[in-house]
Design a protein around this ligand. Structure first.
Ligand code: DAH
Length: 339
């Protein structure tokens, strides 16, 4: 039996397959139900035990070579027939699948365009920052918890180089390099040392706004944000400002909008309060103006900062922030935009 297998092995190796017909010949001779391979395996079953090991080895080699040769040639001929299909040049082309914009990009663009309509210009700053622009110039006391390793990703210590934890750092860069009047909108990515969950991530996106001029008042801030809320969430949207604290603004506030799901009457989403929080804001602290060599006697201003993920969650009801960075096409392709 060993010799028969060896002879067949030689035959398989020298078998030339140049067409689909020859491939079929090869298959029926070796691989079909009544083919050589099956015949040999039947004989193998009744072989005396002491011969099985030696014959089994070479029989396996034969099996592998026959199947490999068959598969290789089958792919070849299949490809040939496939490419023949394309020879009809009048055939309509395959549809091109257009991608869609990322939901964060859609909302980012929308926020920017709302502010551009009332004269804000767009600007950006670096993601890798120093202590001065992220904390010190923004009036953060030395012992402020945000400066802690727990919250901030440090790249180097002394002098500190870090990933910015908010886009407020861009306010400082702008005020250091430009003279008022300043009316600027600053989108960007920020980083915080947070455990990743459905509600928090180690990076996310913010848009910062800054308006500095003579006689800018809290009423200007309120009216600007009301305009924004109504453009973004609809004409019937109400806003409410709650007193708050940020080192770089005085007074400071947090802004809520009337819940855009229930219209303010109370639902599970707004925890039956009728309101949802969307941003932080306030009048720029005189210390911050002076840190950037802008006279706080001559000028006043307001600033605000909002999270793009937060606005996107409200608009599209995405309740797991991780979806924004996992790039799951099934999630992403649900978003469409005209811009
Ligand atoms: N930087 C703040 C944060 O990341 C947000 C913020 C609050 C920005 C008040 C501002 C502001 O410009 O005036 O939580």
């Amino acid at each position: 039996m060993k010799e028969t297998i060896e002879q067949l092995l030689n035959k398989v190796r020298s078998f030339t397959i140049k067409s689909a017909e020859e491939l079929e010949q090869f298959r029926s001779e070796f691989l079909s139900k009544k083919g050589k391979l099956n015949e040999l395996f039947d004989q193998f079953k009744v072989l005396p035990k002491e011969q099985k090991k030696e014959v089994g080895q070479i029989l396996n080699i034969l099996k592998i070579e026959v199947t490999e040769k068959y598969e290789q040639h089958r792919n070849l001929f299949q490809q040939e027939t496939k490419s023949l299909d394309y020879n009809d040049l009048t055939r309509p082309s395959e549809p091109i699948h257009l991608g869609s914009r990322h939901p964060i990009s859609i909302v980012r663009k929308e926020i920017i365009s709302i502010f551009q309509r009332i004269g804000f210009v767009i600007s950006e700053g670096p993601e890798i920052e120093d202590d001065w622009h992220v904390f010190t110039a923004l009036n953060f006391p030395l012992e402020h918890p945000a400066r802690d390793m727990q919250d901030t990703f440090f790249i180097r210590r002394n002098p500190d180089i870090l990933l910015r934890t908010h886009t407020s750092s861009v306010q400082i860069r702008i005020m250091e390099s430009q003279k008022p009047p300043i009316r600027i909108i600053m989108p960007g990515r920020v980083y915080r040392n947070e455990a990743i969950s459905s509600r928090a991530h180690c990076f996310f996106h913010q848009v910062e706004g800054l308006y500095i001029d003579k006689k800018v008042s809290f009423a200007d801030l309120k009216q600007t944000l009301l305009y924004f809320a109504r453009e973004m969430f609809g004409i019937h949207t109400q806003i409410r400002l709650r007193p708050s604290y940020f080192p770089f603004t005085e007074p400071s506030a947090e802004m809520d909008i009337s819940c855009n799901l229930c219209g303010g009457s109370g639902c599970a989403f707004c925890k039956y309060t009728g309101w949802v929080e969307i941003l932080g804001c306030g009048m720029v602290d005189p210390n911050v103006l002076e840190n950037c060599n802008i006279s706080s006697k001559e000028y006043t201003g307001f600033a605000f900062g909002l999270g793009i993920e937060r606005i996107t969650n409200l608009k599209y009801r995405v309740n797991d922030i991780r979806l924004f960075s996992e790039n799951d096409i099934r999630f992403l392709k649900q978003f469409t935009s005209a811009i």
